[in-house]
Design a protein around this ligand. Structure first.
Ligand code: PBG
Length: 336
C-alpha cells in the first residue's frame, strides 16, 4: 500500500493513545497495580509427616503435612507473601454428623494453627469456619432429614471460632452462609476475650461449579444434595447487598465475594456501598482453568493469571485470596 493513498485531513482533538505511547507513560497513568501485600494464600494441610501431594486438578498446588506446611510458609514469607488461610483435609473415619473433630485441640487443624503461630508469630493467619471438612454429610451445616439446620449450626460455628481464636487465628473466616452467624460469632469471640480477633465473612458466596477442584482436594463434596439452600443463586445481584448489609451490621471486619471472576459486578457493588475492605476469593476452578489452558499451550499462563488478578482488583477488591499468590510473589520478587 502506498502512503499517498492514506492522506487525510482528519485530526481528533482528544487522543487517548497519547497516554499509551511509551512504557513509562503507560505506567504513569496505570490505575490499578497488584501488590503482593494484598494477597492471601490458601493452604491445604493433611495428616502425617514429610508428605507433599499435588492436587490433581490444581497443578502446582499441594497438600502438605504440617511439618512441610511450615517450610512452605517460610518460603512464602521470604518473598513477601505473609497472609495465609488454611484448610484441613480430615480423614474420613474422623468425619461425623456434628463435625466434632473441628474442636479437637489434638486434631490436625487446631494443632497446625498453633504450630504456625508458634513458628511465625508475625504472619496473618486466617481460618475457615464451616462444618464441611469434618462433616460426614459433606455439608457446611448440620443436616436433619435432608435439611440444613441454621440456628443449631451456628452453635457449632461459634465453638469452632473460639477454638481457632485460642489456637492463634488472626482472622476467622465463616464460609458456611448460615443466616445470622457473623453476629453470633462476634458475640462468642468477644465474650471469650477475643475482641482483637477479626472476622472476614464469606458474604456473597455463590453456589458455584467453580469449587470443584477444592472439593476434590479436601474430599469434601456433599454426600447428597447440593448447597443451594445456603449458598447464593448466581443469578442474583441485589441479594448480595442484602447479605453485605447484614454482615456489616453484625460486625464483620471484611466482606468477601466468592468466586471472583464471574462475580466482578458483585465486587464492584460491594466496594462502592460499604466502607470496610472487600476481599475476593479467586477460587480453585478459576485457578484450574488457566493452568489447564496453559498446560495445553492454548493460553499464556502467566499473562492470563496477571490480567485476571488485575481485573479483580480493578473491580474493587482490596484483598485477593488466590492459589496464584505464591507464583505472583515469585514473579514480583524476581523483578525487584
Ligand atoms: C467450604 C469452602 C469451599 C471453598 C472454601 N470453603 C467449598 C464449598 O463451599 O463447597 C471453596 C474454595 C475454592 O474453590 O477454592 N466451606
Amino acid at each position: 500500500m502506498r502512503m499517498k493513498n492514506l492522506e487525510t485531513n482528519f485530526s481528533p482533538t482528544q487522543r487517548p493513545r497519547r497516554n499509551r505511547k511509551s512504557e513509562v507513560i503507560r505506567s504513569l497513568v496505570q490505575e490499578t497495580r497488584l501488590d503482593i501485600t494484598d494477597f492471601i494464600f490458601p493452604l491445604f494441610v493433611i495428616e502425617g509427616s514429610n508428605k507433599k501431594i499435588e492436587v490433581a486438578s490444581m497443578p502446582g498446588i499441594y497438600k502438605f503435612s504440617s511439618d512441610l506446611l511450615l517450610e512452605e510458609i517460610a518460603s512464602c514469607v521470604k518473598i513477601g507473601l505473609k497472609s495465609f488461610v488454611v484448610f484441613p483435609n480430615i480423614s474420613d473415619n474422623l468425619k461425623t454428623p456434628f463435625a466434632t473433630e473441628s474442636l479437637n485441640f489434638d486434631g490436625l487443624y487446631l494443632k497446625t494453627l498453633i504450630d504456625i503461630k508458634k513458628n511465625f508469630p508475625d504472619v496473618c493467619l486466617m481460618t475457615d469456619v464451616a462444618l464441611d471438612p469434618y462433616s460426614s454429610d459433606g455439608h457446611d451445616g448440620l443436616v436433619q432429614n435432608g435439611k440444613i439446620l441454621n440456628d443449631e449450626t451456628i452453635e457449632i460455628l461459634c465453638q469452632m471460632a473460639i477454638a481457632q481464636a485460642k489456637a492463634g487465628a488472626d482472622i476467622i473466616g465463616p464460609s458456611d452462609m448460615m443466616d445470622g452467624r457473623v453476629g453470633q460469632i462476634r458475640k462468642a469471640l468477644d465474650q471469650n476475650g477475643f475482641t482483637e480477633t477479626s472476622i472476614m465473612s464469606y458474604t456473597a458466596k455463590y453456589a458455584s461449579a467453580f469449587y470443584g477442584p477444592f472439593r476434590d482436594a479436601l474430599d469434601s463434596a456433599p454426600k447428597h444434595g447440593d448447597k443451594k439452600t445456603y449458598q447464593m443463586n448466581p443469578a442474583n445481584r441485589k441479594e448480595a447487598l442484602w447479605e453485605a448489609e447484614l454482615d456489616f451490621k453484625e460486625g464483620a471486619d471484611f466482606l468477601m465475594v466468592k468466586p471472583a471472576l464471574a462475580y466482578l459486578d458483585i465486587i464492584s457493588d460491594l466496594s462502592k456501598s460499604f466502607p470496610i475492605p472487600i476481599a475476593a476469593y479467586n477460587v480453585s476452578g478459576e485457578y484450574a482453568m488457566i493452568k489447564a489452558a496453559a498446560q495445553k499451550g492454548w493460553l499464556d499462563g502467566e499473562k492470563t493469571m496477571l490480567e485476571s488478578l488485575l481485573s479483580i482488583k480493578r473491580a474493587g477488591a482490596d484483598i485477593i485470596l488466590s492459589y496464584f499468590a505464591k507464583e505472583v510473589a515469585e514473579l514480583m520478587h524476581k523483578v525487584k
